[in-house]
Design a binder for this molecule. Structure first.
Ligand SMILES: Cc1cc2nc3c(=O)[nH]c(=O)nc-3n(C[C@H](O)[C@H](O)[C@H](O)COP(=O)(O)OP(=O)(O)OC[C@H]3O[C@@H](n4cnc5c(N)ncnc54)[C@H](O)[C@@H]3O)c2cc1C
Length: 386
């Protein structure tokens, strides 16, 4: 696409996003058109579509960001096409989605502003989107999902559980990737979780799950999961990874359960002979949020390339927390206090590092901004989509 077409599409999409009612309007019209043209598609989605709408807009925003260099967007969309097979969405459904999107955008923009140039530019983008999604859906490298049995459920904090699963056959994810999860208590309500250990031949998987207040799925996982429950694990997504060829050392920053994808990579690196130096900042709001600090310390003892630094925003735990906060083990770096982004950026520009940030969306965004303001090049920072 030429830069003029890219600018037109971006400006048109920005007008939707910046309107308080734009995203809701566009997604209503998009799904309405799609389900109207093919009512069978509606059966594939859960009763509540709120999460789908948010994800749709997030995915579109990511594609808009990548239009100058669509390679990462194509990869992401192919993954999404593979991922949507868990709902039963097939390659043949994407042309319907493409027509629905074009129709929704045209209706939102209105005939006075929907020029031929915008029409042509959007058709190019939508063609790239639907072709990539269909290519992903048609790739038969993996099944749509793997069944797995819960073999352990440990409440490590009032609102956080470590869940261990045994899949019927190993799930071939790369350390650092995330997977969609379906649980029996919430049918069709898939949520992404990051395995906290590398994939292995025994099919063992570990997840760290924090209860989101008012959430549909995470409270059910933390409160109601039983040993013996059968979960579905969908095809892996995401590309957090350490580049061993770059010669760059690594900065990893985790907030809360964001430790999971970093931990999986560190454990895998522990099985390699030679590794770059890694600084892991293990962050949380309160000391109790550093529930994995002892495991990370143990890992650093046997892997001298790894340095673990605990960071908390608050020096004390909230009054309602009933689990004692783990003290950093003797010999470990003392706990630093402050917002994680400010703490890490205050220690240097980290401009020579490959950087990974994992955690809640607000933490990722704030930390990314702080690092860039402090001199870390934006293109060296990896995060999962938030
Ligand atoms: C790439 C990726 C990897 C993830 N890995 C993990 C993981 O390893 N462990 C884990 O516990 N969670 C992880 N999550 C978050 C998880 O997928 C769910 O979003 C989360 O568990 C909430 O689901 P829910 O159904 O309970 O809430 P929903 O019903 O989906 O949402 C309820 C409300 O909470 C808000 N919300 C959703 N998630 C968060 C959040 N994290 N922080 C604050 N508000 C939120 C929503 O916007 C909504 O308003 C990951 C998410 C992504 C995108």
């Amino acid at each position: 696409m030429d830069s003029r077409a890219v600018a037109l599409v971006r400006a048109n999409f920005r007008a939707v996003v910046e309107s308080p009612t734009g995203p809701q309007w566009l997604t209503n019209r998009f799904y309405g058109h799609m389900f109207g043209e093919d009512p069978n598609i509606r059966q594939l989605f859960p009763a509540t579509m709120e999460m789908q709408r948010e994800r749709f807009m997030d995915a579109m925003a990511y594609v808009m960001d990548c239009l100058d260099n669509p390679g990462p967007a194509v990869k992401f969309l192919e993954q999404l096409g593979r991922d949507h097979r868990k709902y039963g969405v097939e390659a043949g459904h994407y042309p319907v989605a493409g027509r629905a999107l074009l129709s929704a955008l045209r209706a939102y923009t209105g005939p006075a502003f929907w020029t031929d140039n915008i029409d042509v530019a959007w058709r190019q983008v939508i063609d790239m989107i639907t072709t990539s999604l269909a290519a992903g859906a048609e790739s038969d490298e993996f099944p749509a999902h793997w069944p797995a049995t819960v073999v352990g459920h440990r409440r490590v904090l009032d609102d956080l559980a470590v869940i261990r699963l045994q899949s019927d056959t190993p799930v071939p994810y790369a350390a650092g990737q995330y997977v969609p999860i379906g649980i029996p208590q919430r049918p069709k309500m898939w949520r992404y979780l990051s395995p906290a250990i590398p994939s292995n031949q025994y099919g063992e998987i570990e997840f760290h799950v924090r209860k989101v207040r008012g959430g549909w799925v995470s409270p059910s996982i933390v409160n109601e999961t039983q040993v013996g429950d059968r979960w579905m694990v969908g095809a892996p997504l995401g590309g957090l990874r350490v580049d061993h060829e770059s010669g760059r050392d690594v900065l990893m920053i985790s907030g809360g359960t964001g430790i999971a994808p970093l931990r999986a990579q560190l454990m895998e690196m522990g099985q390699r002979g030679v590794n770059p130096r890694v600084h892991l900042f293990l962050a949380g709001h309160s000391p109790c949020d550093l529930y994995d600090v002892h495991n990370m310390w143990q890992l650093s003892l046997s892997n001298p390339w790894l340095t673990v630094i605990p960071v908390c925003e608050s020096e004390t735990d909230p009054w309602w927390n009933s689990q004692p906060a783990p003290e950093p083990p003797p010999g470990m770096h003392h706990r630093l206090i402050g917002p994680i982004g400010e703490v890490v950026a205050g220690l240097g520009a980290w401009s020579d590092r490959q950087v990974q940030i994992a955690g809640a969306p607000a933490m990722i965004n704030a930390t990314r901004r702080a690092l860039i303001a402090g001199g870390t090049p934006a293109d060296q920072i990896q995060t999962d989509p938030v």
